[in-house]
Design a protein around this ligand. Structure first.
Ligand code: CO
Length: 211
């Protein structure tokens, strides 16, 4: 029970595969990371960030949590974003939601789950904000899918509203924030066609005047 032998065996095979393709694979990658992208995704085991977009170690900076949330006061999320934008200078931040998200489903229901209900509260806020659009969808599956999309879009906005992103734009750093949704059933990504790359795109109440 204590030794997870299979995982160490898998690791050994993986190391052999990588080094057979490129002898210095790990040495080369250990020297520095230079990712172009930050990925904010769900913890769901069916949504493996690097694999979905075909990127190697060192190419994708990742933050995953239940239902791919970016609460604007969450120190974990803010710390990841700051490091990615200000130090690593990623060019793109991608929020990737996914259809079939258990967190989003739980937020549409009234079951008492415990502590996680407080985390999922952020999704209930998204529902409340878009209640007329969502309630108009009689098909519950369609409503669920739309809430997955709206939740993703809200996290994109939360990221854009941070001082971190607004400061980057103010210093003319190239940075775009995208909203995507992953389909578990097909393996395909869908672009929600929301892309923010300048402070002018923000609603005025969220704009911060940078000195
Ligand atoms: Co999920």
């Amino acid at each position: 029970m204590r030794d997870l032998k299979i995982l160490f065996e898998n690791n050994q095979k993986w190391v052999e595969k990588k080094t057979s393709e490129h002898l210095d694979y790990f040495k080369h990658r250990s020297e520095q990371q230079d990712p172009l992208y930050l990925w904010i995704g769900c913890s769901d085991s069916r949504v493996p960030a690097n694999e979905i977009v075909g990127l190697e170690p060192g190419e994708l900076f990742v933050c995953r949590n239940v239902a791919n949330l970016f609460p604007h006061t969450d120190f974990n999320c803010l710390s990841v974003l700051e490091y990615a934008v200000s130090i690593l200078r990623v060019k793109h931040v991608i929020v990737c939601g996914h259809y079939g998200c258990g967190g989003v489903k739980a937020a549409m229901e009234d079951n008492h789950l415990g502590l996680v209900d407080n985390w999922l509260r952020h999704i209930r806020d998204v529902y409340a904000l878009h209640r007329s659009e969502l309630d108009a969808l009689d098909d519950l599956k369609a409503r669920y899918r739309r809430l997955v999309e709206l939740n993703t879009l809200q996290q994109v906005l939360n990221i854009c509203h941070t001082t971190i992103v607004q400061e980057a734009w103010a210093r003319k750093q190239k940075l775009a924030v995208h909203g995507w949704v992953y389909n578990l059933e097909t393996g395909k990504l869908h672009d929600l066609n929301c892309c923010y790359s300048a402070g002018e795109q923000l609603e005025s109440i969220y704009k911060i005047k940078m000195g």
